[in-house]
Design a binder for this molecule. Sequence first.
Ligand code: RIB
Ligand code: CA
Length: 304
Amino acid sequence: MRLPIILDTDPGIDDAAAIAAALFAPELDLQLLTTVAGNVSVEKTTRNALQLLHFWNVDLPVAQGAATPLLRPLRDAAYVHGESGMEGYTFVEHQRQLLEKPAFQAIRDVLIHAPEPVTLVAIGPLTNIALLITHYPECLFNLRRLVIMGGSAGRGNFTPNAEFNIAIDPEAAAKVFQSGLEIVMCGLDVTNQAVLTPEYLATLPTLNQTGRMLHALFSHYRSGSMSSGLRMHDLCAIAWLARPEIFTLKPCFVAVETQGEWTSGTTMVDIEGKLGQPANAQVALGIDVEGFQRWAAEVIARAP
Ligand code: RIB
Ligand code: CA
């Protein structure tokens, strides 16, 4: 049986690879795509999501989500993904339409009607997820677990201490980690190791249409480089669903800093249990890098 999932995303070049894997991994059944402001504006992340689905000729409902974090102004990552959010490839025009409801309502509607619990995957700021928890708690009975790309038990990548997805909306992330939902956290501790090698990247242009498109995007992606390897942060969240054995998880208490003048967005991960708080997340602390790379090559080769 394929695992029913919903993907909340801010494409974003590494998001594009994650969306490909969510669509073409045989273990997964992607039922809804929702967008959020993060890497670039929500108008751009939504346009990018629709362009990717058109590229793959996939019929999938898409709902646009939050344009800003819960309380803070948006700070984007155009310096990593380009001004468009997916610099490097020109997608063809299309007439695809969005669902006429916001992302958190679309997620609620899928959960309320799903015949079995659905896994929610969030690979951007957690704004839509916080709105879902706040406004529609009655649907969470049918949310199997939340798998996120976000956070770090160590250093950050947006500030010295904070990873981008958490740093952009710390209040949303705090709400999510306090919610009691079952959470799997794929943070920088593993995603910084999850690189596609220069040797593999060089094979993409002749692999298939998807390889050609991803290679064009990857050439403009600034989390690593084509010559040293590219960090596939978001792909790790999908990899955990398809190949959980690649990862080593540890139940930890995680708190999100929202008040610190210099440290907001930090995920405080109590690995040694020093605070005596009950664990509220399964935190990925180890990854079989070669196993990840084999899986990534397999799943990208399954795309058209
Ligand atoms: O820190 C990496 C995360 O920030 C990824 O989700 C990437 O797409 C950006 O959103
Ligand atoms: Ca992302």
